[in-house]
Write a protein that binds this ligand. Structure first.
Ligand SMILES: Cc1cc2nc3c(=O)[nH]c(=O)nc-3n(C[C@H](O)[C@H](O)[C@H](O)COP(=O)(O)OP(=O)(O)OC[C@H]3O[C@@H](n4cnc5c(N)ncnc54)[C@H](O)[C@@H]3O)c2cc1C
Length: 370
């Protein structure tokens, strides 16, 4: 069996690795450089709390793979299970937090709920107005700049062909299989995985499967380095979008942050930008979570082009119109955590025709029904 993967972000690179591990002949075609788009821009959060509950089996499968990443890939992609803590500042947030903790338990995610005293004794940096928090102790983060190239290198060591600067122009049915047209020529294949990120809906639409997808850029920044004091990734329970910021302190000491508004991105050329007004709006919200960082200098901001579908869930599974074509795109700002699991599940599905992990809620068929 031969598989062509369109897109060398985390999803495509991980799928290439897991397919190659199954002994499948794989070609990964990336228009630019492996990992250069949404994956590279990611905050790097490996977070399960707050996630759509039917996605939890996939998130657990992925979390297990993050734990094995160094061994699987033969290099350290800086996965650290530092824990992920979300602070609550009012009764509504506490109620949302407690409801999620209760509902997540049967899905296999146990959160520790902390009252104000325990919060402050365990996390002395937490803002004084916080009245509680939830801790997901096994979650954490990894380095988004390392992970897709590491998967691609590991896939190549297993025999996958990784071709950069090779744009896919079209996918068409051909002689019982599929033909993938690239700027460098046509490749005949048995199966194709559309892992083209925010651009994935274009490929789907070209085969008669339109998906409502908006390209947006989360607004990110990083501060000067400070003494390393904060271990977990930090977020908030809040229904107010502007309050929805998050941060983590990397081992070198810098605070990486994001959240709040997103900016629209034009898919051509797909360069996402930061509006400085968003950065200014993030800073007081970050200081509310952790007053000690109120006066630090922001040294860089960035964004990345991510695909957000109409229902904020990704598209995963077989095409409805084109036998042999599979989709895994539109991860709506929460695909970094899922990446290794998505690669493994898509490899299993393509190689065996089924997957143990339920992905029906992400079927492209839901848009046809709508
Ligand atoms: C700023 C930002 C912060 C984020 N933070 C987090 C986070 O903390 N936690 C989390 O879980 N998720 C986060 N996300 C989301 C996560 O990063 C993405 O969901 C994930 O990286 C998507 O991976 P992907 O492989 O689908 O897409 P991408 O990484 O965008 O890769 C798609 C690739 O396809 C290529 N491509 C497109 N069209 C073609 C074509 N025709 N031919 C060949 N190649 C093509 C592109 O060049 C690109 O490299 C964040 C996203 C952004 C942008």
């Amino acid at each position: 069996m031969r598989v062509v993967i369109v897109g060398g972000g985390l999803m495509g690179a991980a799928a290439a690795f897991f397919l190659a591990r199954r002994g499948v002949a794989v070609t990964l075609l990336e228009r630019g450089r492996v990992g250069h788009a949404a994956t590279n821009a990611s905050f790097g959060n490996i977070r399960r709390q707050g996630r759509y509950l039917p996605q939890m089996p996939l998130a657990h499968r992925s979390r297990a793979l993050w734990g094995e990443a160094a061994g699987l890939l033969g290099e350290d992609v800086e996965f650290r299970a530092t824990g992920h803590v979300r602070l609550a500042f009012d009764a509504e947030a506490m109620a949302d937090m407690e409801a999620f903790a209760r509902d997540a338990e049967p899905f296999g995610l146990s959160l520790e709920l902390l009252g104000p005293n325990e919060l402050r004794s365990r996390f002395p940096w937490a803002g004084p107005a916080a009245i509680g928090a939830s801790l997901s102790p096994e979650d954490g983060s990894a380095n988004p700049r390392l992970v897709a190239p590491a998967f691609a290198r590991a896939a190549a060591r297993l025999g996958a062909e990784v071709v950069e600067e090779s744009e896919v122009m079209a996918i068409r049915k051909d002689d019982g299989g599929l033909a993938v047209e690239t700027a460098r020529g046509t490749v005949a294949t048995d199966a194709v995985l559309n892992a083209a990120g925010a651009w994935g809906a274009r490929l789907a639409e070209a085969v008669g499967e339109p998906v409502p997808l908006e390209a947006c850029g989360p607004q990110m920044g990083v501060t000067e380095p400070l003494p390393h004091r904060i271990l977990p990734v930090v977020g908030i329970w809040s229904r107010v979008k502007a309050e929805g910021v998050y941060f983590r302190q990397v081992e070198r000491g810098n605070i990486v942050f994001g959240g709040g508004n997103r900016e629209a991105v034009a898919l051509d050329p797909g360069h996402a930008t930061v509006d400085p007004a968003n950065t200014l709006a993030q800073l007081p919200q970050l200081a509310r979570l952790c007053p000690a960082i109120a006066k630090v200098q922001v040294i860089r901001t960035w964004s990345g082009c991510e695909g957000y579908t109409g229902d904020m869930l990704p598209v995963m599974g077989p095409s409805r119109t084109t036998p042999g074509l599979f989709h895994a795109f539109g991860f709506c700002g929460h695909g970094f955590q899922l990446g290794p699991g998505v690669g493994d599940v898509m490899a299993e599905l393509i190689a065996t025709g089924r997957t143990e992990t339920p992905i029906e809620p992400f079927s492209i068929a839901r848009f046809a029904a709508a």
